[in-house]
Design a protein around this ligand. Sequence first.
Ligand code: 13P
Length: 287
Amino acid sequence: MRCPPPTLAEDAHTGLDDFLPCMLNFAVYHFFRGIRLMRRKFIAGNWKTNLTRDESVALASGLAEKVGSASSVDVAVCPPSVYLDCVAAAVSGSAVALGAQNVYHAGNGAYTGELSTCMLKDVGCDFVILGHSERRHILGESNRDVNLKVLAVIEAGLVPILCVGETLEEREAGKTRDIVAEQYIGSLAGLSAEQAAGVVVAYEPVWAIGTGKVASPEQAEEVHADLRSLIESRYNAEVASKVRIQYGGSVKPDNAAELLSQPNIDGALVGGASLKVEHFMGIIDAA
Ligand code: 13P
């Protein structure tokens, strides 16, 4: 039985059998509306190929101390894989979670030089960044490659942070929406609605990464809102209201608050400014 939230006039005419499903729908409607309003902000640091072991531990320990054991926003750091283990120890007991920057889609086996999802879980990862533009553009990863990784990561019980974003050339050619849609759809092929709801998406315009050129809050919000509509049309309104969409590209303490106040920007994926405790904390505090 399909039933909109009851109005007072309708209530007067409904019997109990009709009334209960209506009330249930009403509660479900408000429950999901509440989730939409309560999307927790998520600030993640992508350390890329930076820092030594000692610097990684010092940064992680400094963040763990400042963030403490509870935080009103979700926080994660994604160090180079060789430092995952020592960073895991440094953030242990704090509200700072651990993420990897990549993974191979197959399980343990003969894949020289790669890492499996089991290994990432074993060292304490919760998140895995996938499809970052540096991997798409420098290392030649396709949507199909990213899709295999997304499926493996979900299967392992880890959360993908799926990166999408256009180059400057694509933006200037008016292709931003198409590129972002193609990357999102291609990377999430074969996912159920429930699985898609758990994927964190990071919109990272390539022209804003490491360039100091940040997308304006309006430019970022436009793409985030488009993405949310795409998610709604591909899955449903409930999924669209649950998915957290981070912005990434030259996020700094002084531009974070304005970006993060946009209705469809649910956090940030931070590169350069995640390498110093004060800078990263400035972004967390702005969320
Ligand atoms: P920057 O913050 O250095 O521009 O990097 C963004 C990024 O690529 C995060 O994944």
